[in-house]
Design a binder for this molecule. Structure first.
Ligand SMILES: NC(=O)c1ccc[n+]([C@@H]2O[C@H](COP(=O)([O-])OP(=O)(O)OC[C@H]3O[C@@H](n4cnc5c(N)ncnc54)[C@H](O)[C@@H]3O)[C@@H](O)[C@H]2O)c1
Length: 271
């Protein structure tokens, strides 16, 4: 089905791990809208095998690449160039913090792990853009997206060092958005998504309570992974050509709220 919003467009989608992944939903929707793309993930994630199902479903090829490795990314881009020539969109949907995963408090960070967090979750975004820029891989009016979280701008203590990773990610979108815009009219944006039950999301301490809190705070309710995927499709389509260097909120209104009666009710306890 779909409206062929991405007809003729070619791209690269990172980060689909299983059917809960935001990138998985983006791939399904992009296929419905007529796009062709390469699916990529870290070699360790490919061993799970689920990505092959998505590849079959969407008629895509899978190319393994650790997004922190310039060598892997160059091999990925070689494949994309061979298959498509230039491409129209890139989705960066990658996040991982060893500190979060191993329950390290923000006040007791392991700095080697912090460097890994930043490398995987943010610097990889710059690396993907830098290599695409230098190789002249993007078509004019192409679109590059990264996925962020409101903790980049407000304090969510349990998000730990992912907080700074997302702040950096959003900053990279603004700065590279300038260079890409000037060079070849390519736009670069981040989408700040509601808490979403995925492998990465549910790794954060207190995730279920956070999900419920955000649901009660947001006038439209939490944005689901499908909602996020739809916004990604809009951002890859020609309908958003001059939207760039933005952090777009896909959060049901959460970020504009101070408090909601629904949250207060949860505390009132019949008072
Ligand atoms: N789930 C949420 O609550 C939420 C909210 C806002 C933003 N996000 C962001 O959305 C993006 C996608 O996450 P998700 O929630 O779909 O979870 P997910 O766990 O399904 O996806 C994260 C992906 O990152 C990949 N990855 C990790 N290290 C990698 C590496 N070195 N090279 C290449 N890929 C690597 C994983 O294999 C996985 O596919 C992330 O940037 C995440 O921070 C998630």
């Amino acid at each position: 089905m779909g409206n062929q919003l991405l007809k003729g467009k070619k791209g690269i989608i990172t980060g689909a791990l299983d059917e809960n992944s935001i990138a998985w939903k983006v791939a399904v929707r992009a296929h419905e809208e007529g796009a062709q793309f390469i699916l990529t993930n870290a070699p360790v994630a490919l061993r799970m095998g689920a990505l092959n199902e998505l590849a079959a479903q969407t008629g895509s090829e899978v190319v393994g690449a650790d997004a922190t490795s310039a060598e892997d990314l160059n091999a990925l881009y070689d494949k994309a160039a061979e298959k498509f020539g230039k491409i129209d969109f890139i989705l960066h949907s990658i996040g991982m913090s060893p500190n979060v995963r191993k329950g390290k408090e923000y006040t007791d960070l392991n700095y080697d792990w912090l460097v890994k967090t930043l490398d995987i979750s943010a610097i990889s975004f710059h690396k993907m853009m830098q290599l695409a820029y230098q190789r002249d891989l993007m078509n004019e009016w192409g679109s590059i997206l990264g996925l962020s979280y409101i903790a980049a701008q407000r304090t969510f203590p349990k998000y730990s060092d992912m907080t700074e990773a997302k702040a950096l990610l959003e900053s990279y979108a603004r700065t590279f958005g300038y260079y890409f815009g000037r060079k070849c009219k390519v736009r670069v944006n981040t989408i700040s998504q509601s808490p979403t039950p995925t492998t990465a999301g549910s790794g954060v301490a207190g995730f279920d309570a956070m999900l419920e809190f955000a649901e009660k705070m947001s006038p439209l309710g939490n944005a689901t992974a499908d909602d996020c995927a739809n916004l990604c499709i809009a951002m890859f389509s020609d309908l958003t050509r001059r939207v760039t260097m933005q952090n777009l909120m896909s959060d049901g209104g959460f970020s504009s709220m101070g408090v909601s009666p629904e949250v207060l009710d949860a505390f009132a306890g019949g008072r």
